[in-house]
Design a binder for this molecule. Structure first.
Ligand SMILES: Cc1cc2nc3c(=O)[nH]c(=O)nc-3n(C[C@H](O)[C@H](O)[C@H](O)COP(=O)(O)OP(=O)(O)OC[C@H]3O[C@@H](n4cnc5c(N)ncnc54)[C@H](O)[C@@H]3O)c2cc1C
Length: 217
């Protein structure tokens, strides 16, 4: 078994022109295109958000690749307004390599919990191999793979959906492993597009040392 930490990769783009593209769409509502300048996008978008005129944010999308466990990925794909491409346990066969798991950070400090989790996953890995050795296909043998199995998942959402997603998923009420990736992602979005994400709250008590790495690619 290989253990890794969760990550998020943001597909890079020109963040300034993204805001300008939004401004171009929104200005038509007021026929105020003539007011566009090099610095007018941020105040205009701020004005739209304050008025709840959020549909304009749907004109721009951002793609993020999450590396998370199957439990967290299942929560991500509950968000219906987006596009997903996910590593498939039907088509990927983990026979050659060790299975890769996302380390549950909340068990790391306690020997009993950690060893119970590790034993369950190790047994699942052995039984997965045994099923394949007995002639089962990957899509059949996956029945015994653990929830902690690593999965990679591209999610593409428009900016209105990202605001909604992060509001729910970076909150105290979200699962700890979801917060682990959603909070640092929100913080990166706040850096890249402050006018869109500054107003989104998050669980500030979540320990920074457990934040997932967020990389721009
Ligand atoms: C803390 C937490 C606990 C949860 N616990 C559970 C649980 O125990 N069991 C469970 O099944 N799920 C659970 N969920 C998942 C939750 O019910 C939603 O499915 C998930 O958060 C997706 O969000 P959303 O419904 O806002 O919709 P999204 O799919 O993200 O859509 C965004 C918005 O679009 C609108 N929208 C989308 N589709 C429709 C539609 N068909 N009709 C009307 N409006 C629509 C809504 O305004 C919606 O908020 C939980 C989520 C959270 C954050």
């Amino acid at each position: 078994m290989k253990l890794i930490k969760p990550e998020a990769h943001i597909e890079n783009q020109d963040w300034t022109s993204l805001l300008q593209r939004l401004e171009t769409k929104g200005r038509v509502c007021y026929k105020s295109e003539w007011r566009m300048t090099d610095d007018s996008a941020e105040p205009f978008i701020k004005f739209l958000i304050q008025r709840g005129h959020l549909s304009v944010l749907e004109h721009a999308s951002v793609s993020v690749k999450f590396t998370v466990d199957r439990g967290v990925s299942h929560e991500i794909v509950r968000h219906r307004i987006g596009a997903y491409s996910q590593e498939s346990t039907r088509f990927c066969n983990y026979e050659e390599d060790d299975i890769t798991l996302i380390e549950p950070f909340f068990f790391a400090g306690g020997y009993l919990k950690w060893s119970a989790w590790e034993r369950a996953c190790s047994e699942a890995e052995s039984m997965y191999q045994r099923l394949l050795d007995s002639g089962a296909t990957a899509q059949e043998a996956r029945s015994v793979l653990p929830n902690s199995l690593k999965t990679e998942l591209w999610a593409t959402y428009n900016l209105r959906v990202w605001r909604h997603f992060l509001e729910l998923r970076a909150a105290k009420t979200a699962h700890p492993q979801m917060r682990q990736v959603a909070i640092p992602l929100l913080l990166k979005f706040k850096e890249l597009m402050p006018v869109i994400f500054d107003g989104i709250p998050y669980d500030t008590a979540f320990p920074i040392k457990h934040y997932a790495e967020v990389i721009i690619v």
